[in-house]
Design a protein around this ligand. Structure first.
Ligand SMILES: Cc1cc2nc3c(=O)[nH]c(=O)nc-3n(C[C@H](O)[C@H](O)[C@H](O)COP(=O)(O)OP(=O)(O)OC[C@H]3O[C@@H](n4cnc5c(N)ncnc54)[C@H](O)[C@@H]3O)c2cc1C
Length: 416
């Protein structure tokens, strides 16, 4: 394959202590935590909204993780106060309104003095001369390509986009064949009070039996607001970080959404109309960095604890079949720690990864990927980035006791 070199002077448009790339659960928590440490933070978000898969992909349920703490706890207190558990270590799995969370996060980040750049996509990491700690990111914005300087870049893209660009090693999916969990377009249907004429595109599939459905099962939540369903029943094989796979998934998942809606209308929900289809398919799994430590299935199933804990969860092993067929591998776990070293890409300086792309095996990833855990990892990454600046040290070398002390001051509680 031929290549082109990019030689281009890029205007430095702004400068921050910490640039956070990606405004999903990990990114927003990282930005808030770093700003609370007194850092100037710029958050770059590819889309026009914050919340990541939770809002962009309409994944509007927080799975229970057994530790409702820190910024995630604050979010629950401020948006779903009746769901707030009386103590941190009680599990909740609340549904939320994605439009409310989207609005809440806009306001919250403004209040926390995080500068958010919407429609700003990370393009490349520009390393300094090696003599100073300066580095910059090239960003595709509504004004074209610009640079933002920072001391630390937090990669919360879900795909390890920054770390990979910086040369981090990574892998995807099952160790045996590289297949990742499938993608799903989550949509909503609402009771209109009268029969709805089913709409099925000409090329839609006609699902007759439950076993014909893409997941081979009905999976939906009756939402808090009476008469609304949140439907998680489409399933498209592929890796959302690959051009051909995402191209296929966007079209195929929408086709399935219409067909599933049609099936539901014929099977108990004849008064329900399709009322919300998000702007993009939900992507469960893409790239995992190779970090200083890799979280394993054994760590998850044995309930392993680590001295450098940055997040805790007891969310189950939850693998939607990577073959794209029906079936899900679900296994309960009792609770385990995620160590800081999983966030530190091996051989790369100035970049930390938080969220679903941390260093973990396929099975471990399936448990640690849910939103509450990503909020927790993001908060820890934001504090860690600030400490590396304060201590003028590599991200790998921050003082873990101090990390824990600052997290505690930010209302993070870890189960011993
Ligand atoms: C279909 C589906 C169902 C799920 N069900 C649940 C559930 O019920 N409960 C639960 O808690 N979790 C669920 N999950 C998992 C959870 O939603 C995700 O794992 C979680 O949102 C990951 O958080 P994150 O911050 O790592 O990344 P994401 O949520 O993926 O956010 C990444 C953000 O980075 C941005 N970004 C990406 N690339 C760039 C770039 N180059 N430049 C700038 N910005 C960029 C994206 O636009 C996005 O906003 C589900 C996921 C899917 C797909």
């Amino acid at each position: 394959m031929s290549t082109y070199a990019l030689h281009k002077e890029i205007r430095v448009r702004d400068k921050a202590d910490i640039v956070v790339v990606g405004g999903g659960p990990a990114g927003v928590a990282a930005a808030i935590a770093a700003a609370r440490c007194g850092r100037k933070v710029i958050l770059l978000e590819h889309s026009g909204q914050l919340g990541g898969m939770g809002t962009l992909g309409n994944v509007s349920v927080f799975m229970g993780v057994g530790n409702v703490t820190g910024i995630y706890r604050e979010l629950i207190a401020e948006t779903l106060p009746d769901k707030l558990p009386s103590h941190h270590l009680e599990s909740i799995a609340p549904q939320f309104n994605p439009f409310v969370i989207r609005h809440y996060l806009n306001q919250k980040l403004e209040k926390e003095q995080v500068q958010v750049w919407y429609h700003a996509s990370f393009v490349a990491l520009l390393q300094g001369d090696g003599l100073t700690r300066s580095r910059a990111v090239a960003v595709n914005t509504r004004e074209g390509l610009v640079a933002v300087e920072a001391e630390v870049v937090l990669d919360c893209t879900g795909d390890a986009r920054v770390a990979v660009d910086a040369g981090a090693k990574y892998h995807s999916g099952r160790e045996s064949d590289g297949l990742t969990q499938p993608m799903t377009l989550m949509f909503m249907m609402t009771d209109t009070g009268k029969p709805v004429k089913p709409y099925l595109p000409e090329d839609g599939y006609y699902y007759e039996h439950v076993s014909d459905l893409p997941q081979g099962r009905k999976l939906y939540w009756e939402r808090g607001e009476k008469g609304t369903l949140l439907v998680n029943m489409t399933r498209v094989k592929g890796n959302g970080a690959k051009i051909e796979d995402i191209n296929y998934a966007e079209k195929e998942s929408l086709r399935q959404a219409f067909s599933v809606a049609h099936y539901l209308q014929r099977n108990g929900f004849e008064n329900y109309a399709l009322t919300h289809i998000p702007g993009q398919v939900g992507v469960r799994e893409t790239n995992q960095i190779v970090g200083r430590y890799t979280l394993t299935e054994q760590d998850v199933t044995s309930g392993r604890r680590f001295d450098d804990v940055v997040a805790q969860t007891n969310y189950e092993i939850d693998i939607h079949s990577p073959d794209g067929k029906s079936g899900t591998d679900e296994r309960k776990v009792s609770g385990y720690d995620i160590p800081y070293r999983c966030l530190v890409p091996e051989g790369v300086e100035g970049v930390l990864v938080a969220g679903r792309a941390i260093s973990a095996t396929h099975v471990a990833m399936s448990s640690m990927r849910v939103q509450a855990t990503c909020y927790a990892m993001g908060q820890s990454a934001g504090v860690a980035a600030s400490l590396a600046i304060e201590q003028q040290c590599d991200l790998a070398d921050i003082d873990i006791a101090r990390l824990h002390a600052v997290l505690q001051a930010q209302d993070v509680v870890f189960l011993k």
